[in-house]
Design a protein around this ligand. Structure first.
Ligand SMILES: *Cc1c(COP(=O)(O)O)cnc(C)c1O
Length: 402
């Protein structure tokens, strides 16, 4: 096994990055190579990656299945036009339908674009079936992406006054409060949209009971249930889709992140009864291109292999156990989440420092909020890699909380 370095990264000068628009504070490290759970920077230092592009690289860095699919598709056909069918587009839509129980897919280039599509589909559906109703009930602290409508649908407090005016038509309620959802539904409501686990918010799980109650409630009111499985889908929680834990089926689901395993690919997936776009309502230049959808096929075929999802559940249980053992040693609190989407409540606002010190010791880890660490390794992460991560995290916490 590769060992991470223990010396702090040498500073690359800030000038080197001047041609990039600054959208966040990035550490002065430049990555040049990745294999499985490991990254290498341009100085040759190794890092254990428990972020994986924000739960994107579900098979780890540069997995053989994806590299092979890319090479063979690149030699065959990259792109024709969204106005024509291509073979991988059809095959991936069939795979998604077979595994999800839903019927039809529209492919996108990102998660936010799939969410936009879901909002448009719901509004169109409202025009046809609910007398022009357009409002969508979403959750406080929810995250649906960074286009204007997706930001407006999100419940991120820091975004409340950003980029005004927002897109109208979203009503926010508390996660896991079915009565509040019911009170928010009016004649103007077309859908309820939520994440099965609020990842960006810090890994807060929508309970199975809440999802089942929502399914019953939306059926009773004749409105759509839209699940944002962009972070939770494609095996992340130990089932192919997180809704399978609750035994419910949404009317509409959006996917991205893991679906492309590291290349840009999203999907708007719907029950046939919810599909109501007329020609010209929806489209996009790159949507459903052969290159991206061939990669999506390779990802789904890997994850559907016998034993793969059981392996995710096992790795998730091991990670949860190790975090639960670590927690009381450093006055931390609960471990939240499911499968390989887990969080540790640090009890104090040291998350960014933990992430910073971890990076210096060769570990990539994310603090979605100041008091929380989030763990979203490759679904192929090994027990040894989990144990190695716990060892580094323990050293960092010891340094910060003597
Ligand atoms: C990442 C994410 C999005 C946005 O996806 P992009 O590909 O970044 O546009 C939307 N919803 C959820 C739940 C996500 O985790």
């Amino acid at each position: 096994m590769l060992e991470p370095h223990t010396v702090p990264p040498a500073c690359v000068t800030e000038d080197a990055f001047a041609a990039l628009m600054e959208i966040s504070k990035r550490p002065p490290v430049v990555f040049v190579e990745g294999r499985g759970s490991w990254l290498t920077d341009q100085e040759g230092r190794k890092y254990l990656d428990f972020i994986q592009g924000w739960a994107v690289n579900c098979l780890g860095h540069c997995p053989t299945a994806i590299v092979t699919a890319i090479k063979s598709q690149a030699e065959q056909l990259l792109n024709c036009s969204p106005a024509y069918y291509n073979a991988p587009m059809i095959r991936l839509a069939e795979l998604i339908a077979r595994y999800s129980g839903l019927h039809r897919t529209f492919f996108t280039n990102s998660g936010a674009e799939a969410v936009e599509g879901a909002i448009k589909l719901a509004r169109k559906w409202g025009q046809i079936h609910r007398g022009g109703a357009y409002e969508i009930v979403t959750m406080h602290h929810g995250f649906h992406g960074r286009t204007l409508a997706a930001m407006s649908a999100s419940g991120k407090a820091q975004w409340e006054h950003l980029f005004e005016p927002k897109v109208r038509g979203f009503r926010k309620v508390r996660l896991n409060d079915i009565e509040e959802v019911e009170r928010a539904i009016t004649a103007n409501t077309v859908a309820v949209m939520l994440e099965p686990i609020q990842g960006e918010a810090g890994v807060f799980v929508a309970s199975d009971a809440f999802l089942r109650d929502l399914r019953a409630l939306t059926r009773r009111h004749g409105i759509l249930l839209i699940l944002d499985e962009i972070q939770t889908g494609i095996g992340r929680t130990g089932t192919l889709f997180a809704f399978q834990h609750a035994g419910v089926e949404p009317d509409v689901m959006v996917l991205a992140k893991g679906l492309g395993g590291g290349i840009p690919l999203g999907a708007l997936v719907a029950h046939k009864d919810a599909c109501c776009f007329a020609h010209g309502d929806q489209g996009g230049t790159f949507n459903g291109n052969a290159f991206a959808t061939a990669v999506g096929c390779a990802v789904l075929e890997e994850i559907a292999k016998p034993g793969f999802l059981a392996g995710v559940a096992e790795a998730g249980a091991h990670l949860a156990k190790r975090l639960t053992e670590l927690s009381p040693q450093y006055q931390c609190a609960e471990v939240r989440g499911r499968g390989l989407l887990l969080a540790l409540n640090l009890q104090s606002e040291i998350g960014p420092q933990v992430a910073g010190l971890a990076l210096q010791r060769g570990l990539l880890i994310n603090a979605p909020r100041p008091d929380t660490l989030r763990f979203m390794p490759a679904l192929t992460v090994t027990r040894q890699e989990i144990d190695r991560m716990i060892a580094i995290l323990g050293e960092v916490l010891k340094e910060l909380l003597p």
